[in-house]
Design a protein around this ligand. Structure first.
Ligand code: G3P
Length: 230
């Protein structure tokens, strides 16, 4: 499963892109509205930082407007994926944009029937929301499993992109259920790092190493001799 970062924060992408785990990014109008700075510069910068598919969302409510906005957004960077909300106009826009060769991420998908329509319309990615289903007491894992099963064997090549990720368990569930991508907020990516046994294990390695100070001298000499620079 590929990991995208779900954010409008350039600083957050700068921090986490250094980990070497990001294959792309997704933005949306709410995420961009929270940020200072111009959306064009933010979108371009994020696409550069992840050097992969970066979703930028249209806001028009009619297909013609969605197509026009999508083509314009694609002009910002070849890595831009046009994000289109799921609805009848969105299906038409997705079909027209796909016919023009533009990749589309259909978003706000909550059910397998919706995902089937998005795939048949030509979506490259289908953003299947988890957290917002949990928020209303529905079983997001059951929904995602149905979407993966419904889309997996079709001939469209559409990828299931798990979205609305609220915790590390959502990421694990997305991977084990077969989602192709999970788009994860920076806060959750940082939570994925944490485990108390990892922290205590590193602390113990450090403490034990420090009981043999001559080892530190050896390792520094090895680094110096190798010409490697820290
Ligand atoms: O960006 C799409 C989706 O990941 C947003 O999720 O529910 O946290 O707003 P949410």
């Amino acid at each position: 499963m590929k990991l995208f970062i779900d954010t409008g924060s350039v600083a957050e992408v700068e921090e986490i892109a250094r980990w070497g785990v990001l294959a792309g990014a997704t933005t949306n109008p709410s995420l961009l509205a929270k940020e200072d700075g111009e959306p064009e510069e933010i979108i371009r910068r994020i696409a550069d930082l992840v050097d992969g598919p970066t979703s930028a969302e249209v806001v028009s409510e009619d297909a013609d407007g969605m197509v026009a906005e999508g083509v314009a957004l694609r002009g910002l960077d070849e890595r831009i994926v046009v994000k289109v909300p799921f609805c009848a106009a969105g299906l038409e826009a997705t079909s027209r944009l796909a016919d023009l060769g533009h990749p589309v991420n259909m978003t706000l998908v909550f059910s397998a029937p919706q995902a089937i329509l998005a795939a048949e319309a030509g979506a490259t990615y289908i953003s299947s929301f988890l957290g917002r289903l949990d928020d209303i007491g529905m079983d997001s894992a059951e929904s995602l499993a149905e979407i993966v099963a419904a889309v997996r064997d079709n001939s469209t090549g559409a990828q299931v992109l798990a979205a609305s990720i609220r915790n590390p368990i959502h990421v694990t569930t997305s991977a084990t259920l077969g989602a192709d991508v999970a788009t994860v907020p920076g806060k959750i990516l940082r939570q994925m790092l944490a485990h108390p046994l990892t922290t205590s294990g590193i602390d113990q390695f450090t403490a034990d190493w420090q009981t043999r100070p001559e080892f530190a001298v050896w390792l520094k000499g090895l680094v110096d001799r190798s010409g490697a620079t820290a």
